[in-house]
Design a protein around this ligand. Structure first.
Ligand code: DQA
Length: 144
């Protein structure tokens, strides 16, 4: 059974509260439930980790190096646009395939959101598909 790690960065725990016009009114628990159901239907194991802290996200990526993780889905939140530290951590685990996901269409918002410093070290980037984007990412990693 493939072991996939889903990492959600800052403010994603505030889904259903934050900017509902952009992110919708489904809350974080719904995201977790949806991802777990998709993993079950694909026959893979999933762990879902969320942190508002850059260092904690980097620590979790580094742990993935030796805990048997076979794929990473990451939504780095705003860190996407400027965290070279998270980018370097992702690049460090180069043998683990990675998909970057964004709920919103980051290409159609403020110009600073169009830049992702983390996507370049991932195999794929999915944006604008809401929570379904996480399911697409899981499917991609399982089929790889
Ligand atoms: C986001 C997009 C980011 O620009 C933003 O800072 C987020 C969420 C998304 O999922 O659409 O926190 O990553």
């Amino acid at each position: 059974m493939k072991k996939i790690l889903v990492i959600n960065g800052p403010n994603l725990n505030f889904l259903g509260i934050r900017e509902k016009k952009i992110y919708g009114d489904r809350d974080y628990d719904f995201l977790v439930k949806t991802v777990k159901e998709k993993a079950e239907s694909l026959g893979c194991e999933v762990e879902i980790f969320q942190s508002n802290h850059e260092g904690a996200i980097i620590d979790r990526i580094q742990e993935a190096y030796s805990d048997g993780t076979e794929g990473i889905v990451i939504n780095p939140g705003a860190y996407t646009h400027y965290s070279y530290a998270i980018r370097d951590a992702l690049a460090s685990v180069e043998e683990i395939p990675k998909v970057e996901v964004h709920l919103s269409d980051i290409t159609a918002r403020e110009s600073f959101r169009s830049v992702s410093v983390t996507a370049e070290v991932c195999q794929k980037q999915i944006f604008g598909h809401g929570i379904d984007g996480y399911c697409e990412a899981l499917q991609f990693l399982v089929e790889m």
